[in-house]
Design a protein around this ligand. Structure first.
Ligand code: KG4
Ligand code: ZN
Length: 388
Protein backbone atom coordinates (compact mmCIF):
# COMPACT_ATOMS: atom_id res chain seq x y z
CA UNK A 1 0.00 0.00 0.00
CA UNK A 2 1.54 3.29 -1.14
CA UNK A 3 0.51 6.21 1.03
CA UNK A 4 0.66 9.96 0.54
CA UNK A 5 0.23 11.64 3.95
CA UNK A 6 -0.63 15.28 4.59
CA UNK A 7 -0.55 17.24 7.86
CA UNK A 8 -1.47 20.93 8.35
CA UNK A 9 -3.19 21.07 11.75
CA UNK A 10 -0.98 23.71 13.36
CA UNK A 11 2.23 25.42 12.32
CA UNK A 12 3.99 22.73 10.28
CA UNK A 13 3.10 21.88 6.70
CA UNK A 14 4.20 18.25 6.38
CA UNK A 15 3.98 15.68 3.60
CA UNK A 16 5.30 12.11 3.51
CA UNK A 17 5.24 9.20 1.10
CA UNK A 18 5.52 5.71 2.55
CA UNK A 19 4.71 2.12 1.70
CA UNK A 20 3.20 -0.35 4.14
CA UNK A 21 3.37 -4.09 3.46
CA UNK A 22 1.97 -6.08 6.37
CA UNK A 23 3.57 -4.43 9.35
CA UNK A 24 6.68 -3.40 7.48
CA UNK A 25 6.96 0.21 6.36
CA UNK A 26 9.33 1.96 3.99
CA UNK A 27 9.62 5.71 4.15
CA UNK A 28 10.31 7.19 0.70
CA UNK A 29 10.13 10.89 1.49
CA UNK A 30 9.36 13.18 4.38
CA UNK A 31 9.21 16.96 4.19
CA UNK A 32 8.28 19.54 6.82
CA UNK A 33 7.96 23.29 6.28
CA UNK A 34 7.95 24.84 9.72
CA UNK A 35 6.38 28.24 10.33
CA UNK A 36 8.06 28.61 13.71
CA UNK A 37 10.35 31.42 12.56
CA UNK A 38 7.32 33.43 11.45
CA UNK A 39 5.21 32.79 14.56
CA UNK A 40 8.19 33.52 16.84
CA UNK A 41 7.93 37.18 15.90
CA UNK A 42 4.38 37.29 17.28
CA UNK A 43 4.90 35.02 20.29
CA UNK A 44 2.36 32.40 19.19
CA UNK A 45 0.46 30.83 16.32
CA UNK A 46 -2.32 32.85 14.67
CA UNK A 47 -4.76 30.61 12.76
CA UNK A 48 -5.25 32.85 9.71
CA UNK A 49 -1.52 33.43 9.36
CA UNK A 50 -0.90 29.68 9.66
CA UNK A 51 -3.56 29.06 6.98
CA UNK A 52 -1.93 31.49 4.53
CA UNK A 53 1.51 29.94 5.04
CA UNK A 54 0.19 26.39 4.52
CA UNK A 55 -1.62 27.62 1.43
CA UNK A 56 1.60 29.08 0.00
CA UNK A 57 3.84 26.18 0.99
CA UNK A 58 1.87 23.04 0.34
CA UNK A 59 2.21 22.72 -3.46
CA UNK A 60 6.01 23.43 -3.57
CA UNK A 61 6.47 21.07 -0.61
CA UNK A 62 4.49 18.37 -2.41
CA UNK A 63 6.73 18.69 -5.48
CA UNK A 64 9.80 18.39 -3.23
CA UNK A 65 8.33 15.28 -1.61
CA UNK A 66 7.71 13.66 -5.01
CA UNK A 67 11.30 14.45 -6.01
CA UNK A 68 12.71 13.06 -2.77
CA UNK A 69 10.69 9.86 -3.30
CA UNK A 70 11.92 9.65 -6.90
CA UNK A 71 8.38 9.79 -8.33
CA UNK A 72 8.37 13.27 -9.81
CA UNK A 73 7.57 12.64 -13.47
CA UNK A 74 6.29 15.20 -15.95
CA UNK A 75 3.25 14.15 -17.93
CA UNK A 76 3.76 13.35 -21.61
CA UNK A 77 0.38 14.83 -22.49
CA UNK A 78 0.79 18.58 -22.40
CA UNK A 79 -2.82 19.34 -23.23
CA UNK A 80 -3.63 20.34 -19.63
CA UNK A 81 -6.98 19.75 -17.95
CA UNK A 82 -10.50 20.00 -19.32
CA UNK A 83 -12.41 23.19 -18.48
CA UNK A 84 -14.68 21.13 -16.19
CA UNK A 85 -11.72 19.90 -14.13
CA UNK A 86 -10.28 23.39 -13.83
CA UNK A 87 -13.71 24.72 -12.76
CA UNK A 88 -14.08 21.97 -10.14
CA UNK A 89 -10.62 22.63 -8.67
CA UNK A 90 -11.23 26.39 -8.71
CA UNK A 91 -14.43 25.89 -6.69
CA UNK A 92 -12.76 23.44 -4.30
CA UNK A 93 -9.81 25.73 -3.56
CA UNK A 94 -11.60 29.09 -3.71
CA UNK A 95 -10.81 29.87 -0.07
CA UNK A 96 -7.10 29.23 -0.53
CA UNK A 97 -6.19 31.44 -3.53
CA UNK A 98 -2.41 30.99 -3.06
CA UNK A 99 -2.76 27.22 -3.20
CA UNK A 100 -5.22 27.36 -6.12
CA UNK A 101 -2.84 29.33 -8.30
CA UNK A 102 0.09 26.99 -7.66
CA UNK A 103 -2.09 23.90 -7.98
CA UNK A 104 -3.34 24.88 -11.44
CA UNK A 105 0.17 25.80 -12.52
CA UNK A 106 2.07 22.75 -11.24
CA UNK A 107 -0.18 19.69 -10.91
CA UNK A 108 -1.44 19.40 -14.55
CA UNK A 109 2.11 18.83 -15.78
CA UNK A 110 2.67 15.85 -13.46
CA UNK A 111 2.19 12.21 -14.18
CA UNK A 112 0.02 10.51 -11.54
CA UNK A 113 2.33 8.78 -9.02
CA UNK A 114 1.56 5.23 -7.81
CA UNK A 115 -0.37 6.19 -4.68
CA UNK A 116 -3.13 3.97 -3.28
CA UNK A 117 -4.49 6.31 -0.63
CA UNK A 118 -4.12 9.90 0.53
CA UNK A 119 -4.28 10.24 4.31
CA UNK A 120 -4.98 13.67 5.75
CA UNK A 121 -5.38 15.19 9.21
CA UNK A 122 -8.96 16.40 9.76
CA UNK A 123 -8.67 17.36 13.45
CA UNK A 124 -8.07 18.40 16.13
CA UNK A 125 -6.19 21.61 15.37
CA UNK A 126 -6.71 25.07 13.92
CA UNK A 127 -9.65 24.80 11.52
CA UNK A 128 -8.43 27.27 8.87
CA UNK A 129 -5.10 25.42 8.82
CA UNK A 130 -6.72 21.98 8.71
CA UNK A 131 -8.84 23.03 5.70
CA UNK A 132 -5.73 23.71 3.62
CA UNK A 133 -4.55 20.10 3.95
CA UNK A 134 -8.05 18.68 3.51
CA UNK A 135 -8.79 20.73 0.39
CA UNK A 136 -5.39 19.94 -1.11
CA UNK A 137 -6.01 16.22 -0.49
CA UNK A 138 -9.50 16.47 -2.03
CA UNK A 139 -8.18 18.27 -5.11
CA UNK A 140 -5.47 15.63 -5.69
CA UNK A 141 -8.00 12.88 -5.04
CA UNK A 142 -10.31 14.41 -7.66
CA UNK A 143 -7.75 14.85 -10.43
CA UNK A 144 -5.99 11.54 -9.87
CA UNK A 145 -8.89 9.40 -8.64
CA UNK A 146 -7.15 8.32 -5.42
CA UNK A 147 -9.25 7.50 -2.30
CA UNK A 148 -8.87 9.53 0.89
CA UNK A 149 -8.51 8.53 4.54
CA UNK A 150 -9.33 11.10 7.26
CA UNK A 151 -6.94 10.92 10.23
CA UNK A 152 -7.21 12.11 13.82
CA UNK A 153 -3.99 14.01 14.59
CA UNK A 154 -3.86 12.58 18.14
CA UNK A 155 -3.96 9.02 16.83
CA UNK A 156 -0.98 10.05 14.72
CA UNK A 157 0.90 11.08 17.87
CA UNK A 158 0.03 7.75 19.58
CA UNK A 159 1.41 5.82 16.59
CA UNK A 160 4.47 8.07 16.13
CA UNK A 161 6.56 5.70 18.29
CA UNK A 162 7.33 3.26 15.46
CA UNK A 163 9.75 5.03 13.07
CA UNK A 164 13.35 5.32 14.19
CA UNK A 165 15.77 8.18 13.72
CA UNK A 166 17.11 8.49 10.15
CA UNK A 167 15.96 4.95 9.25
CA UNK A 168 13.84 4.51 6.15
CA UNK A 169 12.61 1.05 7.14
CA UNK A 170 10.55 0.43 10.27
CA UNK A 171 8.06 -2.06 11.70
CA UNK A 172 4.71 -1.46 13.33
CA UNK A 173 5.32 -3.71 16.31
CA UNK A 174 2.61 -5.04 18.56
CA UNK A 175 1.92 -2.70 21.45
CA UNK A 176 1.75 -4.13 24.97
CA UNK A 177 -1.91 -3.39 25.69
CA UNK A 178 -3.76 -2.05 27.47
CA UNK A 179 -1.42 0.90 27.25
CA UNK A 180 -1.66 4.39 28.63
CA UNK A 181 -0.71 7.10 26.18
CA UNK A 182 0.36 10.48 27.48
CA UNK A 183 -0.18 13.02 24.71
CA UNK A 184 1.48 16.33 25.47
CA UNK A 185 1.73 19.15 22.98
CA UNK A 186 1.12 22.87 22.60
CA UNK A 187 -2.60 22.30 22.15
CA UNK A 188 -3.27 19.09 24.08
CA UNK A 189 -2.58 17.27 27.31
CA UNK A 190 -4.42 13.98 27.47
CA UNK A 191 -4.19 10.53 28.98
CA UNK A 192 -5.57 7.94 26.61
CA UNK A 193 -6.35 4.30 27.34
CA UNK A 194 -5.17 2.35 24.29
CA UNK A 195 -6.61 -1.15 23.90
CA UNK A 196 -5.19 -1.54 20.39
CA UNK A 197 -4.88 0.43 17.16
CA UNK A 198 -8.14 2.34 16.70
CA UNK A 199 -9.36 1.52 20.22
CA UNK A 200 -8.88 4.63 22.28
CA UNK A 201 -10.62 6.34 25.15
CA UNK A 202 -9.58 9.60 26.74
CA UNK A 203 -9.38 9.02 30.50
CA UNK A 204 -7.93 12.37 31.57
CA UNK A 205 -7.19 15.78 30.12
CA UNK A 206 -6.27 19.31 30.98
CA UNK A 207 -9.07 21.50 32.24
CA UNK A 208 -7.35 24.66 30.99
CA UNK A 209 -3.89 25.16 29.39
CA UNK A 210 -1.98 22.38 27.65
CA UNK A 211 1.43 21.47 29.08
CA UNK A 212 3.29 22.83 26.03
CA UNK A 213 1.25 26.02 26.19
CA UNK A 214 2.32 26.49 29.83
CA UNK A 215 5.99 26.02 28.80
CA UNK A 216 5.48 28.59 26.03
CA UNK A 217 3.76 31.13 28.30
CA UNK A 218 6.29 30.82 31.12
CA UNK A 219 9.12 31.14 28.59
CA UNK A 220 7.56 34.36 27.36
CA UNK A 221 7.41 35.71 30.94
CA UNK A 222 11.12 34.96 31.23
CA UNK A 223 11.84 36.78 27.96
CA UNK A 224 12.63 33.56 26.07
CA UNK A 225 11.60 32.97 22.43
CA UNK A 226 8.79 30.76 21.07
CA UNK A 227 8.55 27.74 21.23
CA UNK A 228 9.34 27.96 24.92
CA UNK A 229 9.65 24.26 25.80
CA UNK A 230 13.21 23.71 24.58
CA UNK A 231 14.31 27.08 26.03
CA UNK A 232 12.90 26.39 29.50
CA UNK A 233 14.41 22.93 29.36
CA UNK A 234 17.84 24.29 28.44
CA UNK A 235 17.83 26.72 31.40
CA UNK A 236 16.51 24.05 33.77
CA UNK A 237 19.14 21.53 32.71
CA UNK A 238 21.91 24.06 33.31
CA UNK A 239 21.07 24.29 37.02
CA UNK A 240 19.21 21.08 38.03
CA UNK A 241 22.28 19.06 39.08
CA UNK A 242 23.76 21.95 41.07
CA UNK A 243 20.47 22.31 42.98
CA UNK A 244 20.07 18.61 43.63
CA UNK A 245 23.72 18.31 44.78
CA UNK A 246 23.15 21.23 47.15
CA UNK A 247 25.74 23.43 45.41
CA UNK A 248 23.03 26.02 44.78
CA UNK A 249 20.41 26.65 47.45
CA UNK A 250 16.82 26.21 46.28
CA UNK A 251 14.82 29.35 47.02
CA UNK A 252 11.71 28.91 44.88
CA UNK A 253 8.80 26.49 45.27
CA UNK A 254 5.90 26.34 42.84
CA UNK A 255 2.61 24.42 43.27
CA UNK A 256 1.91 20.98 41.72
CA UNK A 257 -1.68 21.60 40.58
CA UNK A 258 -4.15 18.70 40.94
CA UNK A 259 -1.35 16.25 41.71
CA UNK A 260 -3.43 14.61 44.46
CA UNK A 261 -6.88 15.00 42.87
CA UNK A 262 -8.62 11.65 42.58
CA UNK A 263 -9.23 11.97 38.83
CA UNK A 264 -6.79 11.86 35.89
CA UNK A 265 -7.22 15.47 34.81
CA UNK A 266 -4.63 18.23 34.75
CA UNK A 267 -4.54 21.99 35.25
CA UNK A 268 -1.58 24.11 34.19
CA UNK A 269 -3.10 27.57 34.25
CA UNK A 270 -2.61 27.97 38.03
CA UNK A 271 1.04 27.00 37.72
CA UNK A 272 1.54 29.62 35.01
CA UNK A 273 -0.20 32.25 37.20
CA UNK A 274 1.99 31.28 40.16
CA UNK A 275 5.05 32.01 37.99
CA UNK A 276 3.54 35.34 36.94
CA UNK A 277 2.99 36.44 40.58
CA UNK A 278 6.44 35.25 41.54
CA UNK A 279 8.04 37.31 38.76
CA UNK A 280 6.01 40.37 39.79
CA UNK A 281 7.12 39.93 43.39
CA UNK A 282 10.79 39.45 42.49
CA UNK A 283 10.99 42.48 40.16
CA UNK A 284 14.05 42.48 37.91
CA UNK A 285 15.22 38.95 37.22
CA UNK A 286 18.88 38.04 36.95
CA UNK A 287 20.06 35.02 34.95
CA UNK A 288 20.43 32.80 38.02
CA UNK A 289 16.85 33.50 39.14
CA UNK A 290 15.52 32.85 35.61
CA UNK A 291 17.27 29.50 35.64
CA UNK A 292 15.84 28.60 39.02
CA UNK A 293 12.30 29.55 37.94
CA UNK A 294 12.68 27.50 34.74
CA UNK A 295 13.93 24.51 36.72
CA UNK A 296 11.22 24.63 39.38
CA UNK A 297 8.53 25.15 36.73
CA UNK A 298 9.79 22.18 34.72
CA UNK A 299 10.05 20.03 37.88
CA UNK A 300 6.46 20.89 38.76
CA UNK A 301 4.99 20.30 35.28
CA UNK A 302 6.83 17.00 34.82
CA UNK A 303 6.05 15.75 38.33
CA UNK A 304 2.35 16.29 37.72
CA UNK A 305 2.46 14.66 34.26
CA UNK A 306 4.34 11.61 35.54
CA UNK A 307 2.28 11.20 38.73
CA UNK A 308 -1.00 11.28 36.80
CA UNK A 309 0.32 8.95 34.10
CA UNK A 310 1.33 6.37 36.71
CA UNK A 311 -2.03 6.78 38.44
CA UNK A 312 -3.70 5.91 35.10
CA UNK A 313 -1.30 2.96 34.65
CA UNK A 314 -2.32 1.53 38.02
CA UNK A 315 -6.03 2.20 37.52
CA UNK A 316 -6.17 0.47 34.12
CA UNK A 317 -3.46 -2.13 34.84
CA UNK A 318 -1.56 -0.89 31.80
CA UNK A 319 1.25 -3.00 30.34
CA UNK A 320 3.08 -0.09 28.71
CA UNK A 321 3.21 3.68 28.40
CA UNK A 322 3.35 5.52 25.07
CA UNK A 323 4.25 9.19 24.93
CA UNK A 324 3.65 11.58 22.05
CA UNK A 325 3.51 15.27 21.11
CA UNK A 326 5.98 18.16 21.22
CA UNK A 327 6.58 18.00 25.00
CA UNK A 328 7.65 14.34 24.69
CA UNK A 329 11.00 15.73 23.51
CA UNK A 330 11.55 16.99 27.06
CA UNK A 331 14.63 15.34 28.56
CA UNK A 332 13.48 15.57 32.16
CA UNK A 333 10.10 14.00 31.29
CA UNK A 334 11.90 11.16 29.52
CA UNK A 335 14.16 10.46 32.50
CA UNK A 336 11.50 10.70 35.22
CA UNK A 337 8.78 8.77 33.36
CA UNK A 338 11.19 6.04 32.23
CA UNK A 339 12.32 5.60 35.83
CA UNK A 340 8.75 5.49 37.18
CA UNK A 341 7.71 2.90 34.58
CA UNK A 342 10.80 0.79 35.25
CA UNK A 343 10.02 0.72 38.98
CA UNK A 344 6.52 -0.46 38.08
CA UNK A 345 7.93 -3.12 35.73
CA UNK A 346 6.69 -1.75 32.41
CA UNK A 347 8.28 0.12 29.53
CA UNK A 348 7.77 3.74 28.44
CA UNK A 349 8.17 4.38 24.72
CA UNK A 350 8.87 7.81 23.25
CA UNK A 351 8.98 8.88 19.61
CA UNK A 352 12.36 9.51 18.09
CA UNK A 353 13.30 13.18 18.69
CA UNK A 354 12.44 14.51 15.21
CA UNK A 355 9.00 12.91 15.32
CA UNK A 356 7.90 14.40 18.64
CA UNK A 357 6.64 17.47 16.81
CA UNK A 358 4.04 17.42 14.08
CA UNK A 359 4.91 15.41 10.98
CA UNK A 360 3.17 13.52 8.20
CA UNK A 361 4.80 10.11 8.78
CA UNK A 362 2.56 9.55 11.80
CA UNK A 363 -0.47 10.60 9.73
CA UNK A 364 0.52 8.02 7.10
CA UNK A 365 0.85 5.29 9.73
CA UNK A 366 -2.50 6.11 11.34
CA UNK A 367 -4.14 6.43 7.91
CA UNK A 368 -2.82 3.04 6.84
CA UNK A 369 -5.26 1.52 9.37
CA UNK A 370 -8.16 3.85 8.51
CA UNK A 371 -11.14 3.41 6.19
CA UNK A 372 -11.05 4.97 2.73
CA UNK A 373 -13.78 7.49 1.97
CA UNK A 374 -14.98 9.45 -1.06
CA UNK A 375 -13.89 13.05 -1.42
CA UNK A 376 -17.49 14.18 -0.74
CA UNK A 377 -17.61 12.35 2.62
CA UNK A 378 -18.72 14.25 5.73
CA UNK A 379 -15.69 12.71 7.44
CA UNK A 380 -13.56 15.12 5.45
CA UNK A 381 -14.63 18.20 7.38
CA UNK A 382 -12.10 20.06 9.53
CA UNK A 383 -12.93 19.45 13.17
CA UNK A 384 -10.97 21.71 15.52
CA UNK A 385 -12.05 19.93 18.71
CA UNK A 386 -12.12 16.38 17.41
CA UNK A 387 -11.39 13.89 20.18
CA UNK A 388 -10.06 10.35 20.06
O1 KG4 B 1 3.14 18.62 19.05
P1 KG4 B 1 3.67 20.00 18.78
O2 KG4 B 1 4.78 20.14 17.80
O3 KG4 B 1 2.55 20.95 18.24
C1 KG4 B 1 1.25 20.99 18.73
O4 KG4 B 1 0.44 20.20 18.20
O5 KG4 B 1 1.04 21.79 19.64
O6 KG4 B 1 4.07 20.60 20.19
C2 KG4 B 1 4.66 21.87 20.34
C3 KG4 B 1 4.84 22.14 21.82
C4 KG4 B 1 5.25 23.58 22.11
O7 KG4 B 1 4.40 24.07 23.13
C5 KG4 B 1 6.69 23.46 22.59
O8 KG4 B 1 7.06 24.44 23.53
C6 KG4 B 1 6.67 22.08 23.22
O9 KG4 B 1 5.87 21.31 22.35
N1 KG4 B 1 8.03 21.51 23.33
C7 KG4 B 1 8.62 21.22 24.51
C8 KG4 B 1 9.93 20.75 24.19
N2 KG4 B 1 10.07 20.76 22.85
C9 KG4 B 1 8.89 21.23 22.33
N3 KG4 B 1 8.18 21.33 25.77
C10 KG4 B 1 9.01 20.97 26.75
N4 KG4 B 1 10.27 20.52 26.54
C11 KG4 B 1 10.76 20.40 25.30
N5 KG4 B 1 12.01 19.95 25.11
ZN1 ZN C 1 0.64 17.67 17.37
Amino acid sequence: MNILAIETSCDETAIAILTRKGNHCTLHAHQVASQIALHTQYGGVFPMMAKREHSRNIVPLFLETLKEAGVFTESKKSSGWKTRTVAKITKLLEREPEMLELFLKEIPRLQKPKIDRITVTVGPGLEPALWVGINFAKALSYVWGIPLVPVNHMEGHVLSIFPQESKTEFTITKMATPAISLLVSGGHTELVLVKGVGKYSVVGKTLDDAAGEAFDKVARMLGLPYPGGPEISRLAESIRDSISHGEIKKTITLPRPMIHSDNLDFSFSGLKTAVLYLIKKLGDLNEATKKEIACEFENSAIEVLVTKTMKAVKKYKAKSVIVGGGVSANKHLRIVLTRACKEYGIEATFPTKTLTTDNAIMIGIAGSFGKKVRSTSKKLLASGNMSL
